[in-house]
Design a protein around this ligand. Sequence first.
Ligand code: FCA
Length: 337
Amino acid sequence: MMKSRRGWAALIAATLTLTLVGCQKREHAGESATERPRIGFLVKMPEQAWFINEQRAATEAGQRLGFDVVNIGVPDGEKTMSAIDNLAAQGAAGFVICAPDVRLGPAIAARARQHGMKFITVDDQLLDASGKPLAEVPHLGLSSYNIGTQVGEALVAEMTRRGWNVAEARALRITSNELPTARERVKGATDVLLKNGMREDQILDAPQRTTDTEGGFNAASPMFAKHGGVKHWLIYALNEESVLGAVRASEQLGIPSENVIGVGINGAGEAHAELSKDRITGFYGTIAVSSTAHGRDTAEHLFRWIKEGTQPPALTETTGVLMTRENWQQVKQELQL
Ligand code: FCA
């Protein structure tokens, strides 16, 4: 009895000590948090592997350099505005953003100005009221047209390797024409196809409503159904998620994978999963870009701007490399994905 009472007392004392230590620790963390700059990292599609990785890299840059990153998903304009307000209320000095609609440019700029916040755009460059890029906002994105030409070159090389007759093949061009980077990427690929013997009327447009797998699937399905007589298909779009959606649609309609060549852009998790499958699918490859560098570098640029007043580069354009079943692990490593 005595022993057990002493046991309880010891336990209570230990718990109290732990609680006190815990409180002290928390207080300490709270103190230092106010000294550390805080930034937001806002992305339009927080569930897409590209953006998940970008936010992870931003968070890691903060851990390394001494700032906190608040990661937020902003799927529409309203959520974007309230995210900026919330960040300001949390004492954030600025944010990096890939907005859900590039036409939100003037609204985002006004809201940032109102709160005295600095911001940088990543991936999708915002437009001003007249539809021109918001040039005064520092931007880091991929070199859209060049990467598009790499898509076109990969499609042509693989079509040649498979010995297809160009005159009989068709290309499914999935479009997101309201997004300038999407337009440029797709144009780069189209120009290469036209230079290599495809006629404009062999390229079939499939406008997508959303720039994800579902958007690609929904855009592609009716096109494959409508053109059932076509044997050989090339597929391209602004990103690999859209191409993967179209490849799934081709499978659902029973088109054999050896008759499909899809090439995407991004090189993120969805592509790794697809390229590591035992089964060879119509998804031939993707132009991989370092989402790690996009997240890390934009966060670091913003941090230095806030902390040291160093103006970020006005425009940074990143490059890509073809990732296929053969080299995806190596490319993944090289791009630090
Ligand atoms: C756009 C696309 C993303 C990614 C990014 C770099 O935002 O929607 O999938 O390609 O550009």
